[in-house]
Ligand binder design. Structure first.
Ligand SMILES: Nc1nc2c(ncn2[C@@H]2O[C@H](COP(=O)(O)OP(=O)(O)OP(=O)(O)O)[C@@H](O)[C@H]2O)c(=O)[nH]1
Ligand SMILES: [Mg+2]
Length: 554
């Protein structure tokens, strides 16, 4: 029964909502064109039309829609009237796209940048590099230990780049409290509107989560085809893109997590999506959009219910797998930390694993576990996990919790920090905040300051680490400090083990090798009756040794 459930997950049945590309909000998990998959209005359609006209093969049949092509024709005619389209000579056998010349010179000489250049390969898929403009708000009186707004926007720019967008500018505003209608003040809205025209912005991204009402009002204020989204939607989209390029089994569960998070994010934001129906009908069917929203919400809720059930069975399956793995109780050590801190690089260095490590945010999504074997014969399992980020949306914390179940069952958490990062302290705080939400405070921790090769004064950093407790300085890239790291892990693991003394009979030789494998042996002595062992072993394993420990006492 269980295996049947799981098989159905590996190849999930098409759900009308997720896989139907005709729905106005795009949760089509196979879609590989627009970097942002949350499409709520016409922008995506005109973009799709341009793709269709350009004749790109993007593997989505919906892109060939004749209606959309007709719309694009209108658009081109309009542009021609404005004198901004250059129709190039079309070669007879190879249809060439009509290029839309940018209306303004960006001042950087990129006026001739061709449309084709904006198609980029991201996360193994070709995406159209939309022009994005970033907006942040600095709360007056915010504590100085949080991310400064410039830094937060810099990180948002990295996220946008990861999602395949081209950041053309950014702005921020200092506010005592955000405007409930538009998040930012009306003056700022006007300023951004000018920037939209000046830079031909296609997407405006806010650094904080916007309420459904704010999203709607901002879209209305910016007008036209400008898409408005927030940090949460951006992160969800990166997860969606990444999930789509993962191996089949992992991909299935990741897709479920991400799809669920996306749906939960979308549910309260459905309001705007059907108003275009009323507009198209010239307002004659007032209320039609409203009814449709209710229907959609119901469908979405049902889908959320189905996904939750599917996730539950994935969770059970993973637990069974972990239980099997724990039958030999090798301690599990989980690497946690801010995205890009170097967790995967460390796992690769220590275990020869081949986990993707890149100078990009959210390179890792799925937990990978490998065995680390020490020279003294003892072992531990090292698990690489998805990185954290500040302002992690609540919908994603829930998804993280689900993907990070391994963490809650580990014997030790290793917090990897990129100590060369100017905001290392703030990143540490952000990670600790997420860990607190994941309720893993009971698990012992070890902090690792990584990338010491990159800092200007490594000696100063090392002295500072020595001054504090439980910090090891390493360079996962060069291998510096890795032996000290493994020793520190062993010492920490010892803290969570129990001391035992036991006589192991000669016919139980395999038990002796397991003690070496899972614990830390301090002394062995061969006697007539068997081998006397003094060691630290995990509690669960100590219970297995109880009969022999009694033998030891007698
Ligand atoms: N100079 C230097 N670079 C490092 C070191 N460790 C990792 N890096 C680089 O930092 C970047 C990020 O490394 P990853 O191992 O992918 O980071 P991660 O913590 O797994 O990131 P996510 O999977 O996104 O959470 C890569 O370009 C690595 O080569 C180090 O010790 N020194
Ligand atoms: Mg990684």
């Amino acid at each position: 029964m269980m295996s049947l459930c799981f098989c159905s997950l590996i190849s999930p049945p098409p759900s009308p909502l997720i896989y139907d590309s005709n729905f106005p909000w795009n949760l089509n998990l196979n879609r590989s064109v627009s970097p942002l998959t949350f499409s709520t209005h016409g922008n995506d359609r005109s973009f799709v039309a341009r793709v269709a006209q350009r004749g790109y093969e993007v593997g989505d049949s919906s892109l060939q829609s004749p209606t959309i092509e007709a719309e694009e024709e209108n658009e081109v005619v309009d542009e021609l009237v404005n004198g901004s389209v250059v129709a190039e000579p079309v070669e007879e056998d190879t249809p060439r796209p009509v290029r839309v010349r940018k209306k303004r010179d960006d001042g950087d000489g990129s006026d001739d940048e061709s449309f084709e250049d904006r198609f980029k390969l991201r996360n193994g898929r070709e995406v159209f590099e939309e022009k994005a403009y970033l907006v942040g708000v600095e709360r007056k009186g915010e504590t100085s230990d949080s991310f400064a707004i410039e830094e937060s926007l810099k990180e948002l720019a990295q996220l946008a780049d990861t999602a395949g967008l081209m950041v053309v500018g950014s702005t921020y505003q200092k506010l005592a409290s955000p405007n409930p209608r538009t998040y930012i003040g009306s003056g700022k809205v006007a300023e951004i509107k000018s920037a939209i025209c000046a830079f031909e912005v296609e997407t405006v991204i806010f650094d904080d989560e916007l309420s459904p009402g704010q999203l709607r009002n901002l879209e209305k204020a910016f007008g036209g085809d400008v898409r408005v989204c927030d940090r949460t939607a951006l992160i969800l989209d990166i997860f969606n893109q990444r999930a789509a390029t993962h191996e089949a089994a992992l991909q299935a569960s990741l897709r479920l997590f991400v799809a669920l998070a996306q749906m939960e994010y979308q549910l309260p934001r459905l309001t705007k999506m059907w108003t275009h129906l009323e507009r198209q009908a010239g307002g004659k069917v007032k209320g039609m959009g409203e009814k449709q929203i209710e229907v959609d919400k119901r469908i979405l809720r049902t889908q959320i219910g189905v996904l939750k059930k599917e996730l539950e069975s994935v969770r059970k399956h993973r637990k069974q797998y972990r239980n099997r793995r724990f039958s030999v109780p090798v301690p599990v050590v989980s690497l946690v930390g801010y995205t890009n801190a170097g967790k995967s690089t460390l796992l690769n260095q220590l275990t020869g694993a081949n986990v993707l490590s890149e100078d990009r945010l959210f390179a890792t999504l799925d937990p990978t576990t490998r065995r680390v074997q020490m020279k003294n014969g003892s072992e531990f399992l090292l698990t690489d996990t998805v990185g954290f980020i500040q302002k992690l949306p609540t919908t994603l914390v829930a998804a993280f919790r689900a993907t990070l179940e391994e963490i809650s069952e580990s014997s030790l958490l290793v917090h990897v920090v990129d100590i060369s990062h100017p905001l290392a302290e703030q990143q540490i705080d952000a990670v600790e905040k997420v860990l607190a939400e994941l309720a893993v405070s009971e698990i012992p921790k070890l902090m690792v300051w990584n990338k010491v090769d990159k800092v200007t004064d490594p000696e100063k950093i090392k002295l500072e680490a020595e001054r504090r407790e439980d910090i090891v300085c390493i360079s996962a890239l060069t291998g510096e400090g890795l032996l000290e790291f493994c020793n520190a892990v062993q010492e920490k693991l010892k803290d969570s083990m129990v001391p035992v003394e036991a006589f192991v009979p000669f016919d139980k030789g395999e038990l002796l090798s397991t003690i070496h494998q899972v614990g830390m042996v301090e002394k062995t002595e061969y006697t007539e009756n068997g081998t006397f062992v003094k060691a630290f072993v995990p509690l669960r394993f100590a219970r297995l040794l109880t009969p022999m420990r009694q033998l030891c006492k007698s």
